[in-house]
Design a protein around this ligand. Structure first.
Ligand code: GLP
Length: 270
């Protein structure tokens, strides 16, 4: 795992958008796994800026989102489809048909989940999976206790997630209790994962994810099993990491290597 600690949420966003943009430039037909929530918003804003000011081209990019609330249609302002249109899709040149978000209104959810997995596979698999993290350490909506081999499926939200998301809905009672989410196993099949976390509220989940044991109680910890993971944090989210000084040292060595040999050198990471 490569742990990068940036000084501010803005520098996290610039760095994350830079990683996405590098891939889009190198592989214009890449497949991006996308996340919702407040954490990636600045990253999406930076990608929109790169599209506008530096002609970053999304015309061949394909995207798959992690999750969607059950019962919310694409035009519902609280749906993740709506979030993605508002924060990214409507502002870049991605063809709407290239964007995929699980269907929160499917009649046959199991079938829709199988279909979603098939679509990811047929698109060639996820090249880069962007992730946020819940305060309970969940990725996508893989709540504590989710199988680490799980696939796209229906999931019941944990009480802490309902509480965390209550503000967006005005009241906890309005937060849907169910969601369709890709599984931990689906996420682990991505070629590269980039997890972002901002703020002190995420510090404990980040410590458990990076320095704790691999456990279904903290589904982000399963990323320890993946061979290409970058954890990108601001100082507050990194606040409880015991080996912070070491992660900074690794980054300095990485920086030296990259300036000598160029970023493709592989270097000391993971
Ligand atoms: C929800 C989403 C996750 C997201 C998490 C954190 O649970 N399903 O994908 O990572 O919220 O959201 P935020 O970034 O707003 O803290």
């Amino acid at each position: 795992m490569r742990v990068i600690i940036e000084a501010s949420p803005e520098s996290v966003a610039r760095r994350a958008a830079g990683i996405v943009a590098d891939l889009v430039r190198r592989k214009p037909r890449c497949v991006l796994g996308l996340a919702t929530g407040s954490t990636p918003q600045r990253t999406y804003a930076e990608l929109i800026r790169l599209h506008r000011d530096e002609a970053l081209d999304f015309s061949q990019v394909v995207t798959f989102n992690l999750d969607e609330y059950v019962g919310l249609g694409p035009d519902d302002p609280h749906s993740y489809r709506h979030f993605m249109r508002q924060h990214l899709f409507d502002h870049v040149n991605i063809p709407p048909g290239n964007t995929h978000v699980p269907n929160g209104l499917a009649d046959n959810v199991d079938l829709a989940c199988e279909q979603y997995e098939r679509e990811i596979h047929e698109a060639g698999g996820i090249d880069l999976q962007l992730l946020g993290i819940g305060t309970d350490g969940h990725i996508a909506f893989n709540e504590p206790g989710s199988s680490l081999g799980s696939r796209t499926r229906l999931k019941t939200l944990a009480p802490e997630t309902i509480r965390d998301n209550a503000a967006q809905f005005g009241h906890a009672d309005r937060v849907p209790r169910l969601a369709v989410t890709v599984g931990v196993g689906t996420i682990l099949e991505s070629r590269r994962c980039l997890l972002l976390a901002l703020g002190a509220a995420k510090a404990q989940a980040i410590r458990q994810t990076v320095e704790g044991p691999v456990t279904a109680q903290v589904t982000a910890s399963a990323l320890q099993l993946h061979r290409d993971v970058t954890i990108l944090l601001d100082e507050a989210a990194a606040g409880q990491l015991e080996r912070r000084a070491y992660y900074h040292e690794v980054e300095s060595s990485q920086h030296l290597l990259e300036t000598r040999r160029g970023p493709a050198s592989g270097g000391v990471r993971r």
